[in-house]
Design a protein around this ligand. Structure first.
Ligand SMILES: O=P(O)(O)OC[C@@H](O)[C@@H](O)c1c[nH]c2ccccc12
Length: 266
């Protein structure tokens, strides 16, 4: 599946570059709303902050296919999210780049451009749409590519959330000096999810790095564990998007993330 996504993404990119060349994106950057700090908005020792994700579908199928991204963004802001992640991939995740621009007008929270970023073109696009951070998946990029994209994002005022799933990925992230790391509990090739990925990789990350745990987080108990493991933030998509009342679900999770009762029994 991952190969299929990447093949499609490369074809899509070459088409989009023809329609709107990178030079045009670069020339329009002055029109973008100014970038805001993303990673630092998540630092709250003793608490886990929540990055709520707007995700209408996943490669496994539809989640909330007709969801209005603007309405969901408003619910997320009201429900206590610290930041919002917007899926922009259309083919596999039901997103659209335009969602990010619409959400940027609607709410004040920092925004993450959630995409399979392979090319500088996408980093310029992210900024033009109003993103404050971009996702860079270590597994998909060589160390030098990762470094180059991270530096480009920084030069445009954005943070890079470097996503890791293994020790090899983490080594790459640390080699490029990532100060913002996302541990993906889901293996992108097999879709298997385990919170243990966070438990195992967290201690290998230096304390000054802002750490996010992503994927498969759906219960107050999971948040209690993440708090015990000293993770700064949890990135949550499906559990919120699939809930009958996403705002109520978010409030329930925020309460646990800020220090509810009970210990982690994982
Ligand atoms: O819906 P979940 O299980 O809460 O997961 C959210 C997020 O972690 C997931 O959407 C994700 C993590 N890394 C990605 C890379 C590309 C696309 C999507 C993702």
């Amino acid at each position: 599946m991952l190969e299929k996504i990447l093949t499609h993404k490369r074809a899509e990119l070459s088409l989009r570059k023809k329609r709107c060349p990178q030079s045009q994106l670069e020339a329009s950057l002055h029109l973008a709303p100014p970038p805001r700090p993303f990673a630092q908005a998540l630092r709250f020792p003793g608490k886990v902050r929540i990055i709520a994700e707007i995700k209408r579908a996943s490669p496994r199928g539809p989640i909330r296919p007709d969801a209005d991204p603007v309405k969901i963004a408003r619910l997320y802001q009201r429900g206590g999210a610290a930041a919002v992640s917007v899926l922009v991939d259309e083919r596999f995740f039901g997103g659209k780049p335009a969602f990010l621009r619409l959400v940027r007008w609607e709410i004040d929270l920092p925004l993450l451009y959630k995409e399979f970023v392979l090319d500088p073109y996408q980093v310029y696009e992210a900024r033009l749409l109003g993103a404050d951070a971009v996702l860079l998946i270590a597994r998909l990029l060589r160390t030098e590519e990762l470094r180059m994209l991270k530096e480009l994002a920084a030069s445009l005022g954005m943070d890079s959330l470097v996503e890791v799933h293994s020790r090899d990925d983490l080594q790459k992230a640390l080699a490029v000096g990532a100060e913002f790391i996302g541990i993906n509990n889901r293996d992108l090739a097999t879709f298997r999810v385990s919170l243990q990925t966070t438990r195992l990789l967290r201690p290998l990350i230096p304390p000054e790095v802002v750490v996010v745990s992503a994927s498969g987080i759906s219960s107050p108990l999971a948040l209690t564990c993440l708090r015990e493991w000293k993770v700064d933030a949890a990135l949550i998509g499906e559990a919120l998007m699939a809930a009958p009342d996403p705002e109520a679900k978010l409030r329930e999770l925020v309460t646990a993330a800020e220090g509810g009762e009970g210990g982690c029994s994982e």
